[in-house]
Design a protein around this ligand. Structure first.
Ligand code: ATP
Ligand code: MG
Length: 226
């Protein structure tokens, strides 16, 4: 059996009266692309944010490589997010004032890499995502699909062990979405990162190795809840 890199057990999370998670269990294996499916409001994003250490569950445990996220202090958790995790969101969330090259170099710069080396690595990633010629532009001056490729490059530039992607192609048309997913999955298979891919689109989940379905804050398997 594959190594479980990231394991969430019996996760509960409420926002006021809303029970977003009510006993969710999930294990992410090293190197796999795991699709997290399920209807709108079922708790997919909440589950992703808990697994990534962005929000704390009310109860339940999360272990990354055997380490309990709740036992870490804020500094340790943010160091973990910076060094081991990568993130791609629906609308890229690039820094508008920076060029695309600077956006991709940013996670390396924050990790203490010098500008020249960081930008050289960033350039390689832009090339891999086939947007190498756009490095000097700013996020406002490229298409949605191009911006998402840059967001993928930025997520992978530190060679994370886990990439969290929440509807990474949700804002794109199907042709652009397919292209981004193809480039994304090719690149993560090279780096052997695991991916937690939230989507409610079957054609996006088709790029995954395994699917789980979130319903009413709990995790099932597609064949059990279909
Ligand atoms: N910060 C918040 N404050 C209040 N309620 C929230 C908050 N975040 C999520 N919720 C609620 O928790 C439930 C689960 O939300 P979540 O965002 O996890 O769903 P989702 O499966 O990602 O949905 P979608 O497919 O629409 O993105 C929803 O009822 C949502 O309204
Ligand atoms: Mg969501």
């Amino acid at each position: 059996m594959a190594e479980s890199l990231l394991v969430g057990r019996d996760l509960h999370k409420a926002f006021g009266p809303t029970q977003a998670l009510r006993g969710a269990d999930v294990a992410v294996h090293a190197g796999e692309i795991l699709a997290v499916m399920g209807p709108s409001g079922s708790g997919k994003s909440t589950l992703l944010h808990c697994l990534a250490g962005i929000i704390a569950p009310d109860s339940g445990t999360i272990h990354y490589r055997g380490r309990d996220l709740a036992a870490m202090n804020d500094g340790e958790r943010s160091a973990l997010r910076r060094t081991e995790f990568g993130f791609v969101f629906q609308f890229g969330q690039l820094v508008p004032e920076l060029t695309l090259l600077e956006n991709v170099a940013l996670p390396l710069r924050l990790g203490g890499v010098r500008r020249k080396a960081a930008e050289a690595t960033a350039r390689e990633w832009l090339d891999r995502l086939e947007v190498g010629e756009l490095g000097d532009r700013r996020p406002g001056d490229v298409s949605g699909g191009q911006g998402q490729r840059v967001a993928v490059a930025r997520a992978l530039v530190t060679r994370p062990k886990v990439v969290f992607a929440d509807e990474p192609t949700g804002a794109l048309d199907s042709l652009n979405g397919e292209k981004v997913m193809q480039l994304f999955t090719d690149a993560v298979r090279d780096t052997q990162a695991a991916v937690v891919l939230v989507t409610h689109e079957a054609r996006v989940a088709a790029h995954s190795d395994r699917e789980i379905v979130v319903r009413d804050g709990r995790v099932g398997h597609p064949e059990l809840v279909a």
